[in-house]
Design a protein around this ligand. Structure first.
Ligand code: ASP
Ligand code: MG
Length: 415
């Protein structure tokens, strides 16, 4: 049995006309001889409206009941879409998460998928040509309904593709694929034809919001090829797959950015064992995610320590630091909200030297000061003043040859 998973997001199922376009995509798959698992999101705006409704109903809506409520968005979409399939005589039925079942842990609002009954699905696929599955939802071991977090239908689709060993998981959306950077900032952004899972994780975690991060982690773990493409065109889209030979890979695949950053500096804390632990333990216990960290010992057994947190966490972080300030011997604490992290991403960095120096020279040419730097095997991130975001992105995009057709990016600028 050849299986294809096709997932359609909220803007693709936004009313009957859109769903007719979705039906055409499903027909294409059927004509190619596939059995199809269609995964749908709720219609555009429905989930957000349900969240608003709940918060006007109760101050702190019960988390479990919240999931019962939110899952109704997808329930509507699958029922209506299956009606359209049946109108064409297609052997199909809708399936809710708990009917399959898609088993999750009981973390209401951000549950993780634990298991999907493969046999139940393949049995259904023997009887039906198309299964229309409600994305974003599952159930825990006591049959309570759970949801997977915003954008969770992507993860439902990839998980279903993984257990059924589908040939491909198509993610249909309202953009034509993954771009080298945000096209709203850089008009020269190019669509990427193929991207590695790890690169995609970096792009997704930094604002390239095409796929839920968890879905990419899942795809990487189970080696599911994911094709991101548009419901409203016939363009080929972007294939997210495992690393190409990094010698052949473009040095840089994309430039991502994250404006949700704030920088906090502790001046002159004691330079002795245990100080970092004293600082970051209470921050972690408060569930605050620390991103970049730089420590720079100065004179007299003192060190400056700078790190970044999401902007919404600055107040809480400062409160925590206020409590431990004397203990760690901090002479002063500064913070700055007007910063942005720009990241140059590419698996090709593993085998090409000199990428960081090109990035730094490019920013220097534009007179952009770098406030912090962090690197990994496939990423160089620079924190800059927020007002330089556009300038930094555009100049790096050009410097790494991304303004041109991406398939040729590996030729410049070291070549
Ligand atoms: N309907 C859910 C949301 O809006 C899940 C999804 O669309 O993937 O977040
Ligand atoms: Mg989405």
């Amino acid at each position: 049995m050849r299986i294809l998973v096709q997932k359609f997001g909220g803007t693709s199922v936004d009313g009957r006309d859109c769903m007719l376009k979705v039906r055409e995509k499903v027909l294409v798959g059927l004509n190619q001889g596939y059995k199809i698992i269609v995964v749908l999101s709720a219609m555009h705006g429905v989930t957000s409206n349900l969240i608003k409704m709940a918060s006007s109903w109760a101050k702190e809506p019960d988390r479990a009941e919240m999931d019962v409520l939110l899952s109704t968005g997808e329930q509507q979409a699958v029922a209506l879409f299956t009606m359209l399939l049946k109108e064409k005589g297609i052997k199909s039925r809708s399936c809710l998460g708990h009917q399959l079942p898609i088993r999750t842990d009981p973390t209401f609002g951000s549950a993780r998928i634990l298991d999907i009954d493969k046999k139940a699905i393949t049995d259904l696929l023997k009887r039906y040509d198309v299964l229309v599955v409600a994305g974003f939802q599952g159930c825990d071991c006591t049959q309570r309904i759970t949801t997977l977090g915003r954008g969770g239908s992507d993860t439902s689709a990839v998980a279903l593709a993984a257990v059924t060993q589908a040939e491909l998981c198509e993610i249909y959306t309202d953009v034509e694929g993954v771009y080298t950077t945000d096209p709203n900032i850089c008009s020269k952004a190019q669509k990427i034809s193929m991207i590695d899972y790890e690169e995609m994780l970096e792009m997704a975690s930094m604002g390239a919001k095409v796929l839920q991060i968890r879905s990419v982690e899942f795809a990487k773990k189970y080696n599911v090829p994911v094709l991101v493409r548009s419901t409203f065109s016939n363009e080929p889209g972007t294939l997210v797959t495992k690393e190409k030979n990094s010698m052949e890979a473009a040095m840089v695949s994309g430039i991502a950015y994250d404006k949700d950053q704030a920088r906090i500096t502790l001046v002159g804390v004691k330079d002795e064992p245990g100080v970092s632990a004293k600082i970051f333990e209470p921050i972690a216990s408060a569930n605050i995610v620390v991103d970049m960290i730089v420590q720079n010992p100065s004179k007299n057994e003192r060190t400056d320590l700078t790190f970044t947190v999401p902007r919404g966490s600055v107040k809480d972080t400062l409160k925590i630091l206020g409590k431990i300030k004397d203990d760690i011997g901090a002479q002063d604490i500064f913070h700055d909200d007007n910063v942005c992290k720009i990241s140059v991403i590419g698996v090709g960095m593993r085998t090409h030297a000199g990428i960081a120096s090109i990035a730094f020279a490019t920013l220097q040419k534009e007179n952009v000061n770098i406030l912090m730097i962090s690197t990994s095997e496939i990423k160089i991130s620079c924190l800059v003043k927020e007002k330089y975001t556009e300038l930094a992105i555009r100049s790096l995009h050009e410097a790494f040859g991304l303004d041109k057709d991406v398939s040729k990016a590996c030729e410049s600028p070291l070549a």
